[in-house]
Ligand binder design. Sequence first.
Ligand code: FE2
Length: 584
Amino acid sequence: MKNSAYLGIFGPGPNSSAAIVSNNQIIAWAEEERFNRIKTAPNSYPAQAIAFCLAEARKKNLELKAVGYAWDCENYAELATDNLEETISRYPSESDDISRKVQQSLNLLYDPVRVKNDLTLILKKNGVDMEQLDFRYYSHHLCHAASAHYCSGYEDSMVFVNDGVGEVASSTLYYADKEGEFEELAHVDLPHTLGGLYASITEFLGFRAYMDEGKTMGLAAYGKPNPEIESIFDDIAQDIEGEFGYTVNPRYRYSGKRSYGRRFTDLLVEKLGKPRSREQSAMEAPYPDIAYAAQKQLEKLLLSQLQYASGLGRSANATFAGGIHMNCKANGILAETDYFDNYFFQPAASDNGVCLGAAMLSMKDTSGEEPNYPPLDRLYYGPSYSDEEIEKVLKRCKLKYVKSEDISRDVARLISENAIVGWFQGRMEVGARALGGRSILANPLNPDARDHVNKHVKNREAWRPFCPSLQSEAFKDYFDTNLESSRFMITACDIREEYLDILPSCIHIDGTVRSQTVEKEIHPLYWNMLQEFKKITGHPIVVNTSFNVQGEPIVMRPEEAVRCFYGSGMDVLAIGSFLVKKES
Ligand SMILES: [Fe+2]
């Protein structure tokens, strides 16, 4: 008899994605952007990601039983329209008609009949009859919560979900029990939203909202405490003493005239000054101080959530998901507190994780089985390519290449000689961080590495730091932290002082590092490369950034790796067992 499989879907919407699970195992999980090559695939169903997931399930002889969709389409229009009308009645403004129009288009986008019909057609193209399946809509935050708790390996946990918004909730606190059931304990609805506020400030700072929040976080490290700006943020967002909730004053975001941006009003401009223009550097005052104040306010409000939840005394474990928890600086601060004994941050914290939650919930509700997933220890759930497939591409592109006897050893040597290496190995990772599946690697001991990679490869702002991968065994030697490991670059921690000058290219201005610990059993090839690098340099650590150029999704197929390699200043491509070198 075939084992059953359960498919989870999210999209259209930024981070459109799909995942499939079976028997408490993740079988496949990928974002549509990698297939359609449009960053975050904002306007697409994850049609190609679904096809990939179903093909992986077929290879394992699994039978699709159910589909979960990570948005409560059945209740969305009513909930969201009521919520908007209530906000408008409390904060009337001249932009109300625009808000109503936007809401109408969202209601149509998530209309349950339309979504089910579209998905039926997508599944039909893959030989699946939707009529034969159990199909359910799930609350968006419940899906985030499932992706965090079920991947944590904890028996029970307090689950924190913080994002821009689900259907109407922007923050939700759950208690997840030993049977894998979720009890909602508290929630915050629009117009109050931490993710929405951070997105507004991101846009104000001249970056792309819901895409470049990491830049705001990075810029914050260059800012200083500025009492005047901080007092404005105290007016914008406040915690509510003794409660989980907080308020975000909508007069600064949507309820008012918006002459300068989509996500902030003229009142914000009146208080903080003009938003950053394209011509201005992000380093120009007062922008770093504004980023600093926004980051501080976020951290303060999240800490207040933790304090409230730990006071309930329900669990010693805390789990987190939702786009806000892509903020590794805030995560690092939360994880160093003693409100809880254990902390788990779902690494695909933004909406690329909700499809996994929907698949897991679908398995629980359809099979009646208690979820019992092992702790998430890897994210390599995307496509992989054999040496035979890779070699065909290299030949077709008429490239000169050599087959390496030991790719780990050869790459370690090249990096130690300051080559910038494209590293394309095994299954592609899901999520925003490259973790040694599709990475660009450089020598962290080279003082010019950061500028060199920024200038010649990534084309990013010079002030943005890179992150390192290191052998997990060496984690505590390099970092001063309570964390046991940092597999997913989802928490930042302090580097030990003695390494500040030795590894300059991967340390942020505030001395924090968002590192990836690599385990031998999980990614032996990558671990071996670090071992070889250690033999040469004494340090089992390399600079690791995602294999893409700015504005493009991470590469997935060998063809894209070749294109990105030749379209940038990388020196060497290590793809499968093959090495491709540029003529110097
Ligand atoms: Fe979300």
